[in-house]
Design a protein around this ligand. Structure first.
Ligand code: AMP
Length: 279
């Protein structure tokens, strides 16, 4: 049985009991509307921890667009059934006032790595992420945290946060889970129309083509320009960024001289889609 806990105090009691018997706690932070990507994290946590907490909290502080927040899918009853099947011990699903009580005034900000890409197009987003992740780590007292590579910049921001603040937790990155046609799974995919859903895999296709070209010696700038063009030609409304960057520090790369990542953010219809792959 997966126990649903909504208050930080009740969670602390439950975790304290586990810790007294020396158990290693794993946490998987999510915003719910769970899909196989999230469940792959729950499985990794199950395999690598004694007790597993999945959190579901649609964090208002990380939404720069109020409409995106109101339209964010919420499917808690279905989510709980999926977590039961993965033998998750606790679903921690606090309300907004439990996480941000009146008078809440603290903001955690990771400079540098938070600033390009998502930081530019979603101002304040990573402050919201870093703040809520810090709180969730405090509340769950977990020894391991599982994050998806799907949100590559977020994964690097969280790694940086944990290092900078000496948090006693190991961050484990897990591979992106995709639909059979290559589209990265995302809670936002349900908001695509049938026509948009058919177009959506073009993003991953363009990323693979650009990666192959760069590996074969094409200048990154030319390969990236080609990829942007391909995504727009496929029917996307916008390409916010399509960058080649150092895999860990996210510095822009003009040549492929070290481990790199291709990262993109696009708009398809009314939905913002992000993706990234190793180069
Ligand atoms: P979200 O609910 O979108 O905040 O995501 C919660 C966690 O699931 C984050 O660590 C994401 O990176 C991860 N995640 C989301 N989509 C995928 C995916 N397709 N494959 C792997 N992990 C994912």
């Amino acid at each position: 049985m997966t126990e649903v806990i909504r208050s930080a105090a009740a969670l602390r009691d439950r975790v304290a009991t586990w810790k007294r018997s020396g158990m290693l706690v794993g946490v998987v932070p999510t915003m719910g509307a769970l899909h196989d990507g999230h469940l792959s994290l729950a499985r990794a946590a199950r395999a690598q921890s004694d007790r597993v907490i999945v959190t579901i909290f649609v964090n208002p502080m990380q939404f720069n667009n109020p409409e995106d927040l109101t339209k964010y899918p919420r499917t808690e009853a279905l989510d709980l059934a999926l977590l039961e099947a993965e033998r998750v011990d606790v679903l921690f699903a606090p309300g907004p006032e439990e996480v941000y009580p009146p008078g809440f005034a603290t903001r955690v900000s990771v400079a540098g790595i938070s600033e390009p890409m998502e930081g530019t197009f979603r101002p304040g987003h990573f402050d919201g992420v870093a703040t809520v992740v810090t709180k969730l780590f405090e509340m769950t007292q977990a020894g391991r945290a599982f994050f998806g590579e799907k949100d590559w910049q977020q994964l690097q921001v969280v790694r940086h946060l944990v290092r900078d603040l000496n948090m006693p937790i190991r961050v484990i990155g897990c591979p992106t889970i995709r639909e059979p046609d290559g589209l990265a799974m995302s809670s936002r995919n349900v908001r695509l129309t049938a026509r948009e859903r058919a177009v959506a895999p073009a993003l991953h296709g363009a990323m693979q083509a650009a990666t192959a070209a760069i590996r074969a010696g094409t200048a990154p700038a030319a390969a990236l320009a080609e990829a942007r063009g391909a995504v727009l030609a496929a029917g996307f409304a916008d390409v916010e960024y399509f960058d080649l960057r150092g895999a860990e520090d996210l510095a822009p790369l003009a040549t492929l001289d070290r481990p790199a990542r291709l990262l993109a953010a696009t708009v398809l219809g009314e939905v913002r889609l992000i993706d990234n792959i190793a180069v």
